[in-house]
Ligand binder design. Sequence first.
Ligand SMILES: NC(=O)c1ccc[n+]([C@@H]2O[C@H](COP(=O)([O-])OP(=O)(O)OC[C@H]3O[C@@H](n4cnc5c(N)ncnc54)[C@H](O)[C@@H]3O)[C@@H](O)[C@H]2O)c1
Length: 397
Amino acid sequence: MFAMQELNSKINIIRGLLERKSLSKAEAQKLLGLDDKNFSLLFEKSLEIKEGVKNILVCGGAGFIGSNFVRHMLETHPNYKIVNYDKLTYAGNLENLRDIENNPNYTFVHGDIIDLELLNKTIRDHNITHIINFAAETHVDRSIHGGSKDFVMTNSLGVQMILDAVQANKIEKFVNVSTDEVYGALELESEDMFREDTPIMPNMPYAAAKAGGDLMCNAYFKTHGTPVIVTHCSNNYGPYQFPEKLIPFFIFKLINGEKVPVYGDGLNVRDWIHVRDHASALDLLLHKGTPGEVYNIGSDNERNNMEVTKMMLNILGKDENSIEYVTDRPGHDRRYAIDASKIMNLGWEPVYTREKFEQGLKETVDWYLANTEWVEALQKKKEEMNNWQESFFKKKS
Ligand SMILES: NC(=O)c1ccc[n+]([C@@H]2O[C@H](COP(=O)([O-])OP(=O)(O)OC[C@H]3O[C@@H](n4cnc5c(N)ncnc54)[C@H](O)[C@@H]3O)[C@@H](O)[C@H]2O)c1
């Protein structure tokens, strides 16, 4: 009992010293013998309150990952202000945020990241302190079959515009959300993983355009000291994903009694992460990531497409007769695998680990089945997309 009181008073003294900035985090950790994770648990909230409100500009917040991130931040940091800046392309959907649109800490601005004037005005109007960028053209098949201009405009030039806005407005931190696809592909048989120092070697136009934005971040940090972090995350799954991407695309097809198209031999491997785990990793990096650094994000959950397809068939009570093999995508990367040890050493860990993948997938299927209004609102877009998408799925002879 006495030892507990002594420990509590030691913690209170150290909290006070940290808040007055009379003690560094490293010194406090040493005094208490705490690792990063336990230190965060004990002190993060008080430091956050002391640091004051953060006003965060979320570019591309109406898309799949952006909207999950906005919801995560409003729930986790009720004193932060979130401004969602989105162009509302075919992939942007304000229905994703219908339940929080009246939250006093949330504002939507309709804008393009290429429009530097509007970016600067939005930053000034809302006293923005931090920026995170999800805005992108993201559909690989579109970048292959539909031309790449929009991809380069948003994914490369758009990032550069944000970097200029960060510089001009003395933003404290900018996190540019990117993808593991910039690293290219790994051999199916190898045990290699993408690390932060793996060379950038993109194989398709989408990934090359993303790499352009990432390299510009690196150049701005080196040239101007711009406080930017780049993240490379693996494939996301979860609620609110536009139904042109594998998991919702398959769910919609199976619900409608249609066959699902599996590319090539179905053995291409992706490393799946739940979108809410991605959101919590980005939250951590906004607070604790070091500018100039790159961080990989992944849940150590490699699965081949056939395995994921079979799990979905099983969840929806279908069999393999619902599979149709189609000609492989040109330049289809064979395998992605993320080494996420760097961000894990900062204190992040996923809730949906490899062991919980099937549970996460089932919850995702259930979410699409339960949210019929959201699904119906997308029906028109989906039909337009299906016609477009079906045009390049060729049945294997
Ligand atoms: N989905 C994944 O599995 C995955 C994995 C790793 C990284 N990422 C990255 O995460 C980010 C978000 O991905 P997502 O799947 O949520 O994408 P998404 O396609 O669902 O959403 C993109 C959002 O960006 C908006 N947008 C597009 N161009 C814009 C512009 N010029 N100005 C302002 N807004 C614009 C769209 O309206 C949409 O709301 C992307 O940068 C993507 O590269 C995605």
